[in-house]
Design a protein around this ligand. Structure first.
Ligand SMILES: [Zn+2]
Length: 412
């Protein structure tokens, strides 16, 4: 799964083919183990600050209150390093997008405890890394995208109506960081280009104007994002994409880019068999650590920017799963029909609903199973009308061999 070359790559040629060595290996001694207590997709402020109680005693870290949320929860930054290059990272501005918060917490654990490793020393000498780990704690508590007042913080960068947006803008204004990292989780029903796999990470160097100008501040962001994309592609080929470059003047990425902080957007997607995004959390921590290392040693400037511009676009798909070529069975009746499913929880593949049944034509899905020679037995769970199914019905699916009553090969 991981590139054969670890962070301590000794090869004279690059491991990735993109001009930079491969990603920091999160299984190596350079990364502290994931912090306990943050192993679910839903993370609240109480969970986060409880998990960080120990690490925040470290003399390597500075904690600062930078505001209060609408419901009076603390907004805090954690800073590591005394170098000349300032970095500002913020996560969970959308309350139900916690993967990056968990990855940043793991980095806090690394910064707190691993002063003996070279990477730690290099980062603290060259960089000053400020992290605002949970910008929307009220949304996190309610498990919703918006603030308690219903504001989407990423459309509030100009008006600054919410206390959360004001806090983030004030931190950037005061610190004037060279680089900004805007960290999110994206809709998991995306794949990398028309033929790629489900997207694990997508990246954007946000535009500074409607004309898609490559101003120097944005060109630096492109260089950084290319560095990260190259590392991500090494670990997760066919699962890295480019986010839409449509100009959104109200978003923080665009706003900070205009203000002179080279800002990158990183969106975490999903991986099959990673229901709590624990693997992606570790990938993201390694990816961020890799980018810090490249910024500290200057090698980020050698990356070919085409690594970013050549990424396939983040493409939406219609369905989660297609079961094709089989015999659909509803109420004991058999039809030659493909079956399209949408899961209520598409990350964990739980609670399927029927999306479409019949000839699926050009419809797209994240996954497709060939059920030729199998029977796809569809049991409606809503009992609306016995023996009848329709799109959006909750269903139980059994894929059977040798006949509609045969042994079960798989079920959902
Ligand atoms: Zn988001």
């Amino acid at each position: 799964m991981w590139p054969p070359c670890s962070w301590r790559c000794t090869s004279s040629t690059s491991c990735s083919g993109s001009g930079i060595p491969a990603m920091v290996d999160p299984t190596s001694v350079f990364l502290a183990p994931p912090l306990p207590g943050l192993d679910t997709r839903r993370v609240t402020a109480d969970m986060l600050w409880h998990a960080l109680e120990g690490p925040l005693q470290s003399p390597w870290l500075t904690v600062e209150d930078v505001g209060r949320s609408a419901q009076d929860r603390p907004l805090r930054t954690i800073t590591f390093g005394e170098g000349s290059t300032g970095l500002l990272l913020w996560s969970q501005m959308h309350g139900d997008e916690a993967t990056a918060t968990r990855a940043l917490a793991d980095l806090v654990g690394f910064f707190a405890t691993r002063e003996e490793v070279d990477l730690h020393r290099r980062l603290r000498q060259h960089l000053r890394i400020t992290m605002l780990l949970m910008l929307n704690p009220d949304g996190a508590q309610a498990h919703q995208r918006e603030t308690a007042d219903g504001i989407d913080i990423n459309r509030d960068a100009v008006r600054l109506a919410s206390p959360e947006a004001r806090a983030l803008a004030a931190v950037r204004e005061r610190l004037q960081p060279a680089f900004g990292f805007n960290l999110h989780d994206q809709d998991v029903r995306r794949r990398a280009g028309p033929d790629g796999d489900q997207v694990a990470f997508s990246f954007l160097a946000p535009p500074v104007d409607i004309h898609d100008t490559w101003a120097p501040v944005r060109a630096r962001a492109r260089q950084l994002v290319a560095t990260m994309a190259a590392a991500a592609l090494d670990a997760l080929p066919n699962r890295v994409a480019r986010w839409s470059e449509e100009y959104e003047p109200r978003a923080f990425g665009e706003c900070f880019q205009r203000a002179g902080t080279s800002t990158v957007l990183i969106e975490t997607g999903a991986l099959r068999d990673d229901p709590d995004k624990e693997r992606l959390r570790t990938h993201l921590a390694a990816l961020l650590l890799t980018s810090f290392d490249r910024l500290a040693d200057g090698s980020w400037e050698q990356t070919d920017p085409a690594v970013y511009t050549g990424l396939p676009l983040n493409r939406p798909v219609l369905h989660d799963l297609h079961l094709t070529g089989g015999t659909a069975v509803v109420g004991g009746r058999e039809t030659q029909a493909d079956v399209a499913l949408l899961f209520d929880d598409p990350v964990a593949h739980q609670a399927p609903r029927l999306a479409e049944l019949g000839d699926l034509g050009q419809a797209t899905a994240l996954e497709r199973f060939d059920c030729t020679g199998r029977w796809v037995v569809i049991e409606p769970l809503d009992k609306r009308s016995p023996g009848v199914v329709a799109p959006e019905d909750r269903v139980h699916i059994e894929i059977r061999k040798d006949g509609p009553e045969g042994p079960i090969a798989a079920e959902y």
